[in-house]
Ligand binder design. Structure first.
Ligand SMILES: N[C@@H](CCC(=O)N[C@@H](CS)C(=O)NCC(=O)O)C(=O)O
Length: 210
């Protein structure tokens, strides 16, 4: 059986959990408590030297880190229902939007949190090495996140889901980003009605509850 190194409270592993729940894939979890610093333990560093979750270990013991890599593996191993597009163009659209959500959305939220929270002093970036906070990056993160939410809203005004008509990996990243941004009081503005209408539908999916 697949094993997911997980942390119930963190946004990145939630992406992997939702992806697998949408697929109906069975797996067991090992909880890594990030607040206790368990990601830095020598035992976990042997499994994922990036010291981050999620990390998926395959049935033959191969460890895969990074959500995009995990999703690509699961999509190839369990093709139905497809979550990364079917046609060549759909596959491109899913990756195009997923990258934008990760870079312009999710990493902007992380930038806000990691450069402003007193609990993250010296931990401005994920990974085994310590990096000091830059408070200006928190401010910049807020600005670029609000710009990106406007782009997302414009996309939802003309498309039922973010990248393609069907719900996809890019939507999962978007849902997790919007929910995560609440932690840093950087939720999308109420005026972005197409975004919020989509968010209500995505949140109601059973897989979103994991
Ligand atoms: N790009 C990675 C990001 C993984 C990541 O940043 N995970 C965070 C939890 S949301 C983590 O493990 N943080 C550990 C730390 O802050 O030391 C992915 O998508 O899988």
């Amino acid at each position: 059986m697949l094993t997911l190194y997980d942390c119930q409270t963190a946004p990145s592993p939630r992406r992997a959990r939702i992806f697998m729940a949408e697929k109906g894939v069975d797996y067991k979890t090992v909880e890594i408590d990030l607040r206790k610093g368990e990601q830095m333990s020598p035992e976990f560093a042997k499994i994922n030297p990036r010291c981050a979750v999620p990390c998926l270990v395959t049935e033959d013991g191969q460890a895969i880190s990074e959500n995009l890599a995990i999703a690509s593996f699961v999509e190839a191993a369990y093709p139905n229902p497809p979550l990364m597009g079917v046609t060549a163009l759909e596959k491109a659209r899913v990756l195009e939007w997923n990258w934008r959500v990760e870079f312009e959305g999710l990493s902007a939220v992380a930038e806000i949190l990691r450069n402003s929270s007193p609990h993250m002093k010296g931990r401005a970036m994920t990974g085994p090495r310590n990096i000091e906070q830059l408070p200006e990056l928190a401010e910049r993160g807020r600005t670029r996140l609000m710009h990106f939410y406007e782009d997302m809203n414009a996309q939802f005004a003309k498309s039922p889901n973010l990248a393609i008509d069907d719900y996809s990996f890019a939507d999962i990243t978007a849902l997790v980003t919007i929910d995560f941004s609440k932690w840093v009081k950087a939720s999308p503005d109420e005026s972005l009605t197409a975004l919020w209408a989509w968010h209500a539908k995505a949140s109601a999916r059973p897989a979103s509850a994991v």
